[in-house]
Design a protein around this ligand. Sequence first.
Ligand code: UTP
Length: 286
Amino acid sequence: MKVRKAVIPAAGFGTRFLPATKSMPKEMLTIVDRPAIHYNVEELIEAGIEDILIIIGRNKEEIANYFDRSPELELLLKEGGKEELYELTERISNMANIHYVRQKDAKGLGHAVLCAKTFVGDEPFALLLGDDLVHATVPCIKQLTDMYDKYESTIIGVQTVEKNQVNKYGIVDGVKVEDHLYEVKGLVEKPSVEEAPSNVAIMGRYVLTPDIFEMIEKTAPGKGGEIQLTDALMLLNEEKGIYAFEFEGKRYDTGDKLGYLIATVEYALRNEELSTDFRDYLKTII
Ligand code: UTP
């Protein structure tokens, strides 16, 4: 079955980006001229997925407002002859079929994904973390859905990281079965450098089969009382087997201050309107 639906969890507190995230969802932090989550919705559309569920929480209405219509602004732009800006604004509210559900308590990524159970039904689905961006020639999710079409099994998006960074990620213990593809033997959440079975890290992009919901329901809360998706994936791996695919592309963690700054600079340098002037400016200060 083709992947037709996607879920974007965006209900976390974003404590790494306080105080901005006190009232502003981290997924709404602007990268150049649009919020991070806009790039993720674009990635899904480019991958042919237009039914999207965003998991929100309290203080996250800004996300729904952004993808809604802005009749007054649209009228103002139209009457002011600002046709291009009018079209841009109007297009955002028609980008995709976006649905919302509230995670009432931020009890972890696994718990957030469980909130998508009714929306997903009995289909495979794509999962993208709202604050993780991937710039790639072929949209990252498309790379994963292509692999899903071949193996019809859960696929986790991974990339290799520096050995000293393994303690920030879920790490895969796997056996290579073809170029860029591993059969997962085990997963370890944020291991120490000494304990890490590899430097292959889970990177915020997944294609999951609906079996994941039963596994999340069986998963006991872990660190900080949160239900971890990685724990549920481990159960799924024991029962059905899962794969990890090393996708092509540059990934940015915009929920982290340094990651956010790196994304801002690199997306600005790729922006047609800004790149020349911005590059010249950077040269003067570095
Ligand atoms: P993070 O690990 O980045 O968690 O979640 P966080 O709590 O938002 O951020 P920090 O670490 O405190 O700064 C990864 C993704 O899962 C979502 C987040 O919104 C983010 O997109 N998430 C996390 C939820 O939707 N619900 C949760 O309970 C936890």
